[in-house]
Ligand binder design. Structure first.
Ligand code: SGN
Ligand code: CA
Length: 527
């Protein structure tokens, strides 16, 4: 009897160890400019995203995830390298990424994983460490996209880009995945990036909806410094009429509406002009009547009416594009289940940064203010994360690479600057960062958001805007969550300001940022 028991215990130990020994698969899903306000797991005011929500329902919702530099290519460089922008050198969308740097897909490939990437990367035509990739050149387009591929050179595919990226991902999982190797798969949507073109199946539904306006839609920026006043991302004054609001260029001419930017009509042509005659006919069926209605109403519209109209038009297209992302996520999650891959696959859903959906009258991102500083993060890993859990720690995109490496039991390079989130998955929250460091650089450039760096704690946000200004801002996050009142001159906060300035300097030293680097990156814009 004893012998049988011993044999049984040994068998159990061996089988447990065997399970331990299989490294998890990784499915990293990222969309472009997807605001957390537009995911129903965070808020159901604007849209239902049942498939994305499923990741949080079966895993963890991070309610305070944030980025280190709220702009596309820099955020992606932070994710790939696990290092802040000032260290990895990709400070903006403009200057190239130094591809001699180590990125986490290379570490996965070297560590025995099968690796693939589909969709938008935004920089580097030959991402390293990938067994297969098909990526959009630069920003990509919404319809009939071109792809740069590892094995077939440049290709063009007819159809709707979000769906094509989903199909590529599914095709790889079904036909190219090696069953004897774990995988690290990056499924990267272009949507819902500007110019927000939905797929035909969502035109009708979304263009008929009316969405609740944010309280700060008519913000006049009086409580803030000059950076907010001088930024060019206001829905009324800086959004393109043709490119963004989808007013036909000939309708603009008929009504005498000047272009908002010198690429206003060009942006429309670049996107809508790319459609096949059949696609275009379906577009015109819905957007034609919207234009006709606009022609009738425009002469009597006040600026307030125009702002309200532009907000609705923006939300209709932006959210319609997200509906397609949610459809795709659903298909891929369903496949994981049907292929028996669900248990041992970590699924991450995030965006390259947050986005303004009319808050403060804005679209776009870039600022350290909450809507663009925070980013969605939902993670599912049945083996390690309890379903329906929530985390409130200030996790950053800087943490993704070390987290995934630790999950895969691969060594984390000592120069990566992020912290692994694995202890948070298990519900341990103590001794995690209590202050996040942020630094934005792309100025002067589109949207004219000035350079700034800052420290964010649970209670406060201290910001230094520099370059062609030298201004500090302080926000009381608990008492002023909409960040309407800069408290930097308020004596009540003077001790807090002294302490935060000291902590900010310590963070800069800890992460290796400095005045010399600030100057180096300013000088790069002078040549
Ligand atoms: C384009 C957009 C901007 C946007 C940048 C960066 N203008 O220039 O609105 O901020 O991309 O976006 S557009 O009219 O040409 O679309 S990012 O996501 O790549 O950082
Ligand atoms: Ca982006």
């Amino acid at each position: 009897m004893k012998q049988i028991l011993l044999f049984f215990i040994c068998f159990l130990l061996i089988s447990c160890n065997k399970k331990e020994a299989i490294p998890p698969n990784i499915l990293f899903i990222m969309s472009d400019d997807h605001a957390y306000q537009a995911i129903s797991a965070y808020s159901d005011q604007l849209i239902q995203t049942p498939n994305i929500d499923k990741i949080a329902k079966e895993g963890m919702l991070f309610t305070n995830a944030c980025v280190t530099n709220s702009i596309c290519a820099p955020s992606r460089a932070v994710i790939l390298t696990g290092k802040h922008s000032h260290i990895n050198g990709k400070i903006d969308n403009r200057f190239p990424f130094d591809t001699s740097q180590m990125t986490f897909p290379q570490l996965f490939q070297n560590g025995g994983y099968q690796t693939a990437m589909f969709g938008k990367l935004h920089f580097g035509n030959e991402p390293k460490g990938l067994d297969q990739y098909k990526i959009l050149p630069g920003q990509g387009t919404y319809y009939n996209p071109d792809f740069i591929t590892k094995k077939e050179g440049k290709i063009r595919i007819e159809g709707y880009t979000t769906d094509i990226i989903t199909d590529m991902t599914l095709d790889w999982l079904k036909n190219d995945r090696k069953k004897d190797q774990p995988f690290m798969l990056m499924y990267l949507h272009k949507a819902p990036h500007r110019e927000w073109l939905p797929p035909e199946r969502h035109y009708k539904n979304f263009t008929q909806k009316t969405f609740p306006e944010p309280e700060t839609l008519f913000d006049n920026y009086e409580g803030r410094g000059s950076a907010a006043k001088e930024a060019e991302m206001n829905l009324l004054t800086h959004m393109n009429w043709a490119g963004d609001s989808k007013i036909y260029p000939e309708v603009m001419d008929q009504l005498g509406i000047p272009e908002t930017s010198n690429w206003d009509k060009k942006a429309f042509e670049r996107e809508v002009g790319r459609m096949t005659p059949t696609q275009r006919a379906k577009w015109d069926k819905i957007y034609g009547p919207i234009n006709e209605e606009f022609i009738k109403n425009y002469p009597s519209m006040t600026s307030k009416d125009k702002m309200k109209w532009r907000y609705q038009r923006y939300m209709q297209d932006y959210l319609g594009s997200i509906a397609a992302v949610d459809d795709g996520v659903g298909q891929v999650l369903d496949y994981l289940t049907s292929a028996g891959l669900e248990e041992n696959t970590i699924v991450i859903y995030t965006s390259d940064q947050g986005f303004y959906l009319g808050e403060h009258g804005w679209f776009d991102k870039r600022f350290i203010y909450d809507e663009s500083f925070k980013t969605p993060l939902l993670v599912k890993w049945p083996e390690q994360i309890s379903p329906g859990s929530k985390n409130t720690n200030m996790v950053q995109n800087l943490d993704f690479a070390p987290t995934l490496l630790e999950a895969a039991r691969l060594p984390i390079p000592s120069d990566m600057q992020g912290e692994s989130l694995i202890p948070l998955f298990k519900g341990q929250k103590e001794s995690f960062r209590d202050a996040a460091y942020y630094h934005y650089y792309e100025y002067p450039a589109v949207h004219m958001v000035k350079r700034h760096y800052g420290i964010v704690t649970e209670e406060f946000k201290l910001i230094h805007f520099y370059d062609d200004i030298d201004e500090w801002e302080l926000y009381d996050r608990k008492n002023d969550p909409q960040e309407m009142q800069n408290q930097i001159e308020n004596p009540t906060y003077s001790d807090i300001i002294v302490d935060l300035k000291k902590r900010l300097e310590e963070l800069r030293i800890q992460y290796g940022d400095s005045r010399e680097l600030d100057q180096k990156y300013i000088d790069m814009y002078k040549n």
